[in-house]
Design a protein around this ligand. Structure first.
Ligand SMILES: [Zn+2]
Length: 427
């Protein structure tokens, strides 16, 4: 190992306290989504920090995207630092939003407490720790090699937890992920410091409604029960769809292993009268329900096409219609995300895997994510294929109470990231 590389690693470890302070500062800005709070505050904080280190910054509001309002504007930041010579651009993308706190916490969710080498708080692991690690990696690299060949970008983006439309999708539409501008993307999501995440499964969300006819509950034969019709749909799913999905497996290295099959969640079910408020003391009226709705969350594999996924559900509904008297339904698509998989031979995959092995002393694991993340927009809208997720933090802690990030894990990942920069820029 060259002396320069040894010095780079030492620089990162010297900045342990800075890394801790930065992570704590980020956690203490409660960027809850929904509603999408304090996005401007965290962008201003990042602006100040990165400007000081020679980055030119842009604050970009995703006007008119879902959730954007004067009260909760969708702010994003893109910071870019040019090297001394032309070359590739490496972009680190982190989402700045965090999910709701939920119950069961024993630590202050926005306190950023440091206890036994772990920093606690909502977003510590998903993914303010990853953002902090990438900042320390980039700054240390730039301080050691200010004259490098290429450019480094760091973005902090809104709304990943709610689909990314006011964040990465918006930036991709504006050309920020055009392959002529950015060549390598690393998303420091918490996939564990020894894993390279190549992509994710697809998702299809739809609402199915069955119809009936309202009548007095004492004479249901005069009406038609929409809930019983939905029961027939669910039976069909149990008998045919779930067994068929369980048979289908993927070559994608999805973790956990249960997600290597197609899956579907019944997200919600509503039929008949709306539920009354808890403080309502009256009794329900006696009515035959004339409508029943479910929302389905179907996750699909790279080996399945979105048309197959849609057609399979439609065919089952048509099958029920053919054999069941007075059955009618409506199927409305809510959202759709195609699977995304970066090639194992792609440059950013090779470089980061190589550096994981050098830093941690064991070969990198290659994984794919059961749920989607912002890679989908970089792939489909940005047309940029050389993209992975790599960052510190234990995936299973994301969205849980007492979420934390290990300081040593952040330092190890920052080292992998900085050494990857050195390898890509050939310094
Ligand atoms: Zn995340």
């Amino acid at each position: 190992m060259g002396q320069d590389l040894t010095a780079l690693i030492a620089t990162i470890h010297d900045r342990r306290d800075d890394l801790i302070g930065l992570t704590q500062d980020l956690i203490r800005i409660p960027t809850l989504n929904p509603p999408g709070a304090f996005y401007r505050d965290i962008c201003d904080y990042l602006d100040k920090r990165l400007s000081k280190h020679g980055f030119s910054t842009e604050l970009i509001r995703a006007h008119g995207t879902p959730g954007d309002s004067e009260k909760y504007p969708r702010w994003n930041i893109v910071a870019r630092r040019e090297g001394g010579h032309r070359g590739d651009c490496v972009h680190f993308n982190s989402h700045i939003d965090v999910v709701e706190v939920g119950s069961g916490w024993t630590k202050d969710p926005f306190g950023g407490e440091l206890i036994d080498g772990k920093i606690y708080g909502r977003g510590a692991c998903d993914m303010k720790g990853g953002l902090a690690a990438s900042i320390i990696a980039a700054e240390a690299f730039i301080d050691r090699f200010p004259d490098f060949h290429g450019a480094i970008e760091i973005s902090g983006t809104a709304d990943e937890e709610s689909g990314g439309y006011g964040g990465v999708a918006y930036l991709a539409e504006q050309g920020y992920f055009d392959p002529t501008r950015v060549q390598h993307v690393i998303i420091p999501e918490p996939l564990n410091k020894d894993r390279v995440c190549l992509g994710h499964r697809g998702g299809w969300w739809a609402e199915i409604e069955t119809f009936g006819e309202i009548a007095h509950g004492s004479m249901p034969f005069l009406g038609d029960c929409a809930v019983r019709h939905m029961g027939a749909v669910l039976t069909e799913f149990e008998d045919k769809l779930f067994p068929a999905m369980a048979q289908r497996t993927t070559d994608m290295p999805v973790v956990p292993e249960g997600a290597r099959s197609s899956t579907m969640n019944i997200n919600s079910i509503h039929g008949g009268q709306p539920e009354q408020a808890d403080d309502y003391t009256g009794l329900p009226a006696h009515c035959v329900p004339d409508s029943c709705r479910i929302v389905i969350d179907r996750r699909f594999l790279a080996e399945e096409s979105i048309d197959q996924v849609r057609d399979e559900v439609t065919a089952l509904l048509e099958g029920v219609k053919a054999k069941r008297d007075k059955f009618d339904y409506d199927l409305r698509e809510i959202n759709m995300v195609l699977p995304s998989m970066t090639d194992r031979e792609a440059p950013v995959v090779q470089v980061v895997a190589d550096q994981i092995e050098k830093v941690l002393g064991a070969p990198a694991q290659f994984v794919a994510s059961p749920g989607t993340y912002d890679q989908k927009h970089i792939d489909r809208i940005g047309k940029l294929k050389n993209c992975i997720a790599y960052g510190p933090g234990i995936l299973e802690l994301a969205h849980k109470p007492d979420e934390y990030i290990g300081v040593d894990d952040m330092l190890d990942s920052a080292t992998v990231m900085a050494r990857s920069l050195a390898q890509i820029f050939q310094t």
